[in-house]
Design a protein around this ligand. Structure first.
Ligand SMILES: [Zn+2]
Length: 177
């Protein structure tokens, strides 16, 4: 969910699209004409987890977000909190969203997700225990790795890379899905 900035957070003047010289040349951005504050709009880091269930034969937990339409199952994701490392953050997110104890976070890769202005930091984690979804998640499914169909966006590329590294040729959803 992105909210547009309309007013300067420093002096409350209305922001305007103004061009200004930056290191890369002139650039138009939302800026404050009164105090010079600039809305950089840098991508936000988002943590994502491929959750391998060590007590369920190595199946991978994918979950459907309650806010999504359709039947899309995807990785567990969440925003980093101030003062935590990405590794600590993804273990916390998995615990909060699924109730699972996760361990051994291993970086899969870093992926752009430009539609949401996010950068995905994807980990593989191992988890076990009883699955208790947070209200944010509507349902989950467990998949054997070779059953997973990857999606061509953000976290879908992460799971494809993870499957490839395990010697499994990634299968892709149809473009329309
Ligand atoms: Zn200002």
């Amino acid at each position: 969910m992105t909210h547009a900035y309309h007013y300067c957070p420093d002096c409350a003047s209305p922001l305007r699209l103004l061009s200004q010289d930056e290191d890369g040349g002139p650039k138009e951005r939302l800026r404050c004409p009164a105090c010079g504050w600039t809305h950089w709009n840098n991508p936000v880091p988002v943590l994502a987890a491929i959750v391998e269930m060590t007590d369920r034969g190595g199946q991978v937990l994918l979950a459907r977000n309650a806010a999504w339409q359709g039947r899309m199952f995807a990785l567990i994701t969440g925003f980093m909190e101030a003062g935590e490392s990405p590794r600590d953050g993804i273990l916390r997110e998995v615990a909060e969203e699924t109730g699972l104890v996760a361990e051994n976070p291993a970086l899969v890769g870093v992926y752009d997700f430009q539609r949401m202005n996010q950068v995905i930091i994807a980990y593989h984690v191992q988890a076990r225990g009883e699955i208790v979804l947070s209200p944010e998640l509507a349902e989950y499914r467990l998949f054997r790795p070779e059953e997973i169909k990857c999606w061509r966006a953000g976290t879908g590329y992460a799971i494809a890379d993870w499957l490839s590294a395990r010697g499994i040729e990634p299968k892709w959803m149809e473009p329309a899905a």
